[in-house]
Design a protein around this ligand. Sequence first.
Ligand SMILES: Nc1ncnc2c1ncn2[C@@H]1O[C@H](COP(=O)(O)OP(=O)(O)OP(=O)(O)O)[C@@H](O)[C@H]1O
Ligand SMILES: [Mg+2]
Length: 233
Amino acid sequence: MQYPVKIKIRHLYFYYRTRTILENIKIDIYANTITSITGPSGQGKSSFLTILNRLCHSMDGARVDGQVNIDFGHGFEDIFQKDYALPELRKRVGMVFQTPNPLPMSIYKNVAFPLKLAGNKNQDTIREKVEKALEHAFLWEEVKNRLSDDARLLSGGQQQRLCLARSLVLAPQVLLLDEPTSSLDETSVQVIEELLVRLKTRCTIIMVSHYMDQVKRIADQQFILCDRQLKPV
Ligand SMILES: Nc1ncnc2c1ncn2[C@@H]1O[C@H](COP(=O)(O)OP(=O)(O)OP(=O)(O)O)[C@@H](O)[C@H]1O
Ligand SMILES: [Mg+2]
């Protein structure tokens, strides 16, 4: 592949207590591409995503071993280093969960929330970034006149794009998506797929999907997770 390596994974093991979920994983993920992970239910696809932003480190009984090195623009950094700044990592590696999880607040505040958490105080800058993120998530036109509505009033597909906007507002370099189009209708699926293809010019996307036809349509690199191994398709 012609793109530079963004994420280098070596000797990666993942356990829930005594159960081995991933065993000796060695893969490279390329910058500005879409990498898909498919595979049977319960094999560890969602768990794999939580390793890449270290969410797994705060999960009870989860244990990880090995190396995950990510190049954020200044050479490879070992994200498992004990003193690695987690807020910085979570800004650079965004995640959208399988079930949309809007916060119980307005559409605007949902997208502004990560900026406020990151210490942004300038309202003009926040407004500008919120608008841009909503545009990038293909949602701006649908919500620009109802930004103060409760986000939970949005449809499922809109909520999924809202959560995407909330991740994009911090301009992540890596985007982790857990089944981004599950339970959406055909039109919404198409909207999200087009969006992801556009987004890869801006970030490196790792997407869990159950749909092989979707993976064939949009993924540059495909893996299947089965028997504790990630195998190229
Ligand atoms: N917090 C946890 N503690 C213990 N075991 C867990 C935990 N989370 C997940 N598991 C188990 O780890 C295995 C992998 O789970 P994971 O959710 O990563 O699978 P998946 O491939 O994403 O499945 P699906 O396709 O159904 O979403 C499953 O057997 C699951 O029951
Ligand atoms: Mg899952």
